[in-house]
Ligand binder design. Sequence first.
Ligand SMILES: Cc1cc2nc3c(=O)[nH]c(=O)nc-3n(C[C@H](O)[C@H](O)[C@H](O)COP(=O)(O)OP(=O)(O)OC[C@H]3O[C@@H](n4cnc5c(N)ncnc54)[C@H](O)[C@@H]3O)c2cc1C
Ligand SMILES: *[C@@H]1O[C@H](CO)[C@@H](O)[C@H](O)[C@H]1NC(C)=O
Ligand SMILES: *[C@@H]1O[C@H](CO)[C@@H](O)[C@H](O)[C@H]1NC(C)=O
Ligand SMILES: *[C@@H]1O[C@H](CO)[C@@H](O)[C@H](O)[C@H]1NC(C)=O
Ligand SMILES: *[C@@H]1O[C@H](CO)[C@@H](O)[C@H](O)[C@H]1NC(C)=O
Ligand SMILES: *[C@@H]1O[C@H](CO)[C@@H](O)[C@H](O)[C@H]1NC(C)=O
Ligand SMILES: *[C@@H]1O[C@H](CO)[C@@H](O)[C@H](O)[C@H]1NC(C)=O
Ligand SMILES: *[C@@H]1O[C@H](CO)[C@@H](O)[C@H](O)[C@H]1NC(C)=O
Ligand SMILES: *[C@@H]1O[C@H](CO)[C@@H](O)[C@H](O)[C@H]1NC(C)=O
Ligand SMILES: *[C@@H]1O[C@H](CO)[C@@H](O)[C@H](O)[C@H]1NC(C)=O
Ligand SMILES: *[C@@H]1O[C@H](CO)[C@@H](O)[C@H](O)[C@H]1NC(C)=O
Length: 595
Amino acid sequence: MPSLISLAVVALSVSSAVVVAKSGVPDPSSDDSNKGNYNKTSCLYIPGDREYPHEAEWNALNRTVGGRLIRGVPVAAVCYGPDANATRCAELQHDWGVVNFFLDNPVAVVPPYWDNNTCDPFVTLGQSLSDCQIGNLARYAINVSDASTVAAGLKFARNKKIRLVIKNTGHDFLGGSQGLGSLALWTHNLKNISFITKYSSPGYTGPAVKIGAGVQFVELYKAAAARGLRVVGGSCPSVGANGGWRQGGGHGPLVSSYGLGADQTLEQEVVTADGRLLTVSPTKNSDLFWALNGGGAGNWAVVLSSTVKAHADGPVAGSVLFIDNTHDEKFWAAVTAWTKHLLVLNSLPRFSSEIFITKDVFALDMATWPGATQAELIEALTPFYESLRQLNITPTRNETAVQNSYVEHYNAYVGSDQIFTRNLTIGGRLIPRSFVQQETLVPNLTATIRNIVENNPDTTVYYLGYNASYARTGGVTAQTNAIFPAWRESLFLINLVTWTDPQATWADQASYLATINTWQTQLRDLTPGGGAYINEATFNDPTWKEDFFGSNYGRLSTIKKKYDPDYQFYVKPGVRADEWFEAADGRLCRVQGHH
Ligand SMILES: Cc1cc2nc3c(=O)[nH]c(=O)nc-3n(C[C@H](O)[C@H](O)[C@H](O)COP(=O)(O)OP(=O)(O)OC[C@H]3O[C@@H](n4cnc5c(N)ncnc54)[C@H](O)[C@@H]3O)c2cc1C
Ligand SMILES: *[C@@H]1O[C@H](CO)[C@@H](O)[C@H](O)[C@H]1NC(C)=O
Ligand SMILES: *[C@@H]1O[C@H](CO)[C@@H](O)[C@H](O)[C@H]1NC(C)=O
Ligand SMILES: *[C@@H]1O[C@H](CO)[C@@H](O)[C@H](O)[C@H]1NC(C)=O
Ligand SMILES: *[C@@H]1O[C@H](CO)[C@@H](O)[C@H](O)[C@H]1NC(C)=O
Ligand SMILES: *[C@@H]1O[C@H](CO)[C@@H](O)[C@H](O)[C@H]1NC(C)=O
Ligand SMILES: *[C@@H]1O[C@H](CO)[C@@H](O)[C@H](O)[C@H]1NC(C)=O
Ligand SMILES: *[C@@H]1O[C@H](CO)[C@@H](O)[C@H](O)[C@H]1NC(C)=O
Ligand SMILES: *[C@@H]1O[C@H](CO)[C@@H](O)[C@H](O)[C@H]1NC(C)=O
Ligand SMILES: *[C@@H]1O[C@H](CO)[C@@H](O)[C@H](O)[C@H]1NC(C)=O
Ligand SMILES: *[C@@H]1O[C@H](CO)[C@@H](O)[C@H](O)[C@H]1NC(C)=O
């Protein structure tokens, strides 16, 4: 697999935390005037406070959860102290830029911004353990096995007034899977996958699969393929099939065929803030089901399992096409031509695409068209080929093929053993179909993207072409789930990805986010109301309510109050997150007037 493609599909991701960034963009849930000056009785406790749980209290919790409590230890702790392991530490140094080692740890998180260099492996072996800090990662994690362990964790965090987080894989760019002094509910080991030949409900009859909260796409794709089925999932194999991805929306190459990840959900088993085990579906506790599917990750209830649609597998046509930039005006005209041609491509049932753009390369790194023949795919792309010919551009690579199944297609274009980098900061924008239809505006978008990549050689821009409209969701409507109108009306999703070094200082990490926020502002100015994808975003987007939730915010806010009145599930920028602020010492405090 060429490294460019590897980097490309690696693409989707993000980051961030507590920052008032250089640009002066405010943290959505803080008010500077509060930061150093809080009333502790309206705050949660953090380590160092007299009230923070003592050893004996943690031990009591451990007994309640049957010995499933784990003390949080950073992955690089193996490099420190008298028991340091040279082999393991060398492996970590080698792979510090990829996601692998962070996924299985009960508290570790992938995005460098949140990890914040508090314990990295680039040290003299055996250096003092006191130099390896847990930082903002959870202090303890419960190895979740069932509803009772979840309920015990919720109760403990509430009674002790400490922060609670949910950690699945730790991919969350916005920092939802970690928090200072927190107790984590670690869902990673809920790995059950069971197929249902014929699920039957008012909205759907057909094959389905019940997935435990800890299942990752790499596992789900394989299990489904073995049964002649495919499921909608992400481009990245290590992301959780049933955590933040689905709750925030969930995109991937099959979106144009069946809808977003959230559109696949049929029913879920969840534990609510008050410890109740509920089944939610379009007909049971339908308001909570609605919010849990598109209303943002980690803000509603703890999901134990989801039952989701499965679809009959079959051949999938795919394509790649690469162009080198040998002439700026022609190269950028080709980008404009692609953008306009998406109007045609996205009207073809089931067609999805992913391109990436740097100042030197345009790459269609994956076109996905289930059910189409090679000839049909070439025909669909021919108007774009024609544009290239008129511009006198010859692709450096141009291939189309048909694979026998979705997994074979995925492996051919993404790679079965793909290693995903964590060296990035991400943001983006959903671009409305109506914007591209006003053809004269497309060159303005191209100019904005050109300006970004020409001035920032470490940045790659992705256009993910999906049709997530109701026409494609198999009966799902605005009443079924909380996917907001911007997704339904979009022609493609822009991801702005700045490649960064995980060892960059925190100030640098914060500045990457601030820069991405300024680009998002430029795109917002071009596409008012366009919205953004909450899973691939900056945590400190100043217009987060509008960008991530749009007209759904009011209803989501009511549902939040109903199911989590004390706001135990805090994620930023979740619905009603602005009722809290983070004080200068990192503790979470209630904004006055919201008790
Ligand atoms: C390398 C990389 C590639 C990516 N590729 C894609 C992609 O192709 N398509 C796409 O749409 N997105 C993609 N994303 C974004 C991804 O969807 C989000 O990061 C998502 O939040 C990850 O969810 P998780 O459960 O795996 O991770 P976590 O960080 O463990 O959890 C994410 C959030 O979900 C909450 N959560 C997790 N599990 C539960 C649960 N059981 N109940 C309630 N809340 C829960 C957590 O509290 C947290 O806020 C990618 C991210 C990365 C880093
Ligand atoms: C990250 O670490 C720096 C010190 O290196 C500190 O100033 C900053 O507050 C930390 N950020 C977070 C989010 O904890
Ligand atoms: C702090 O907050 C608590 C609860 O909100 C309130 O009862 C108390 O009077 C406040 N104290 C101060 C000093 O403001
Ligand atoms: C919880 O108890 C188990 C055994 O009962 C023990 O192995 C584990 O270390 C304990 N966890 C903590 C954090 O002490
Ligand atoms: C050190 O790490 C290596 C590689 O992860 C492992 O195989 C080995 O068992 C470890 N050694 C000790 C003493 O733990
Ligand atoms: C990520 O950054 C590390 C440095 O910490 C570097 O060694 C590695 O090559 C980078 N990896 C990628 C894929 O960019
Ligand atoms: C978590 O629990 C599972 C069983 O549910 C067990 O297999 C696993 O070893 C536990 N993990 C840790 C780190 O304790
Ligand atoms: C997982 O499957 C096993 C065996 O079928 C079952 O005993 C267990 O209850 C299931 N766990 C969950 C969380 O669904
Ligand atoms: C790409 O390849 C297809 C056939 O595989 C061909 O029809 C088309 O003209 C090529 N496009 C360009 C721009 O070369
Ligand atoms: C688009 O670009 C043109 C030419 O540069 C400019 O005049 C116009 O104001 C721009 N429109 C918008 C909406 O930015
Ligand atoms: C999505 O597809 C439907 C039907 O195929 C079409 O009517 C609609 O315009 C398409 N939407 C977008 C944004 O391309």
